[in-house]
Design a protein. Structure first.
Length: 215
């Protein structure tokens, strides 16, 4: 009888140990060790694409402006020109990459010049550069009625070695250095202006479109 009691006690102890072990595992592995690291706060931020045309005119993002932001004042505005005395009118445009992204720039007429006088007027655009690969000529002397003026021309920055990739961080109104350039625009009478009597009373209007693309 005593032997049977001892055997029952041993069985009970074994069962109890098994239950206790199961309980430890069931409570999340309390006997296991763990270690962790986390790389927190990962983020991505977009750069800014913007340029200034002169001191106060700023670019419009995403579409060609027709008014408001990006619609800058004319650089050439002259009336009552006399074929006997008028030899041309000059203006300047300062373009600065004021965003923080490297960018490329182009210049073109957004649409063909309009008006009866255009055929007897010429357009010329130069920049400050005299060092290769930029010759300083952006648009050679060309009749304003020329359809090809609507084709974009690549623009160089005024870096020591002129570059098609403009550095960001420019300041509006500053037209020199790696972030900017200054353009001289000249409209002058063409060869037929003096003797073309049909030109009297007519006019010519055109736009100059500077386009910026992240590089």
């Amino acid at each position: 009888m005593e032997r049977k009691s001892r055997r029952s006690l041993r069985v009970a102890l074994v069962l109890g140990a098994a239950v206790a072990g199961t309980a430890l595992v069931g409570w999340g592995g309390l006997a296991a060790w763990s270690a962790y690291t986390e790389n927190a706060g990962n983020s991505v931020a977009a750069g800014t694409l913007a340029h200034a045309n002169g001191l106060s005119c700023t670019s419009l993002l995403g579409s060609v402006p027709t008014s408001g932001t990006g619609w800058c004042a004319a650089t050439i505005s002259v009336s009552g020109v006399d074929p006997a005395t008028w030899t041309g009118t000059n203006g300047s445009i300062i373009i600065a990459n004021t965003g923080n992204l490297k960018s490329t720039f182009t210049l073109n007429l957004p649409a063909a010049a309009s008006g009866g006088l255009c055929a007897d007027l010429t357009l010329k655009v130069t920049d400050l550069n005299t060092t290769a690969p930029d010759t300083g000529t952006v648009i050679a002397t060309t009749a304003l009625s020329t359809a090809g003026l609507t084709t974009p021309v690549n623009l160089y920055s005024n870096a020591g070695t002129p570059s098609l990739s403009w550095t960001g961080g420019g300041v509006a109104g500053t037209g020199t250095g790696v972030t900017a350039d200054t353009y001289s625009v000249t409209v002058a009478p063409g060869g037929g202006f003096v003797n073309d009597y049909a030109d009297q009373g007519t006019s010519c209007t055109f736009g100059l479109l500077f386009s910026q693309t992240a590089a």
